[in-house]
Design a protein around this ligand. Sequence first.
Ligand SMILES: [Zn+2]
Length: 387
Amino acid sequence: MRVASEVGLPLHSPAAAVVFTTVLTMGPMSRVDVAERTGLSSAAVTKAVRPLLEARYLEETPDQRVHVGRPASPLHVRSDAAFFVGVKVTADELIGVVTDLRARTRSVRHRPLPDPAVAAVITGIADLVRDLLDDDPLYRSAVRSLGVAVAGDVDREAGRVHYSPFLGWQDVALADLVSRATGLPTVVENDVRALTVAEQWFGAGVGASSFALVTVGTGIGCGLVVNNAVIEGSHGVAGEIGHVLAEPDGPECHCGNRGCVESIAGAAALRAELRAIAGDPTLTDTEAMARAHAGDERIRAGYRRAGRAIGLALATVANLVGPQRIVLSGEGLAAYDLYEDEVRETFAARAFGAAVDCQLILRPLPFEEWARGAAAVAIQTLITPAR
Ligand SMILES: [Zn+2]
């Protein structure tokens, strides 16, 4: 990846990066507030801000209020100063977005992925990126870098996907391959961690030094931020709450164990269970929800069981890391109203002591948000390359 100064972003000192990050994630804010929030002196803030104003990465909002003495003139990041591409790779589709510097999505494109082999994915990403860059004449000159999010064991620093079971990949130098195919500096990240970065800088995690993001889909994932850092895990694995034991005699899990949270509440596992209950191997999620809402008690019980497993997973997160808040998200939450009571009851019963005070936030998640997460990683890498 290029460093900030190579693309004209004047972050010549760690203090400058801290000031810029603070205004980016919490702005608009005055210099006084930046100094207070960062612990830097007013002189240090002024020194960091000047070149950022000159390069037009920061702007001053004219302050309309009447002040006694000097006007505050809050600073904000100019959204159009830079653009970023984010791509999420799924087993059958590529989803791409262009975001501005404040991670606001400007363009979205989907592209079917008939073949998850590495070479086909690289070609698909190159085509998708080319189409995205054609969406606005601004993009070709202003897109700085590309982030790619992939499920599995991903090493962001090395730019490699060690293992991705959904894609059948082993040890792929993805950042390098994508960079050569697109001509853009590229960073790769695990998809749940990418989404966590988006929440940390631009979402429900702003201002929280520790929080967790739990995603419920086919897999159940968890991104953790502790003391302002996204936890990577020494071996590339962390936050695998999908494989916490929920029921000792529960269903078999694809990981080889029995009764994991994911084997009960993961979207595919829950669908299989509801089909078995209904005796209908083609029952769709929509049909299952409709039957539960119509009062089918056996189907309802299937959902409640999933809710208890999710509640246990959330309590485990709260007990282990004590986050200020847990954001619960993912496409598997379409049926949330059918098991919310069980999620909350189990969480309250299993969270130890004050951990129960942890705030639970439900966040519906359009699939494009995963791609936006990848773009957020590209933004973060440009500003703070050495994390
Ligand atoms: Zn498992």
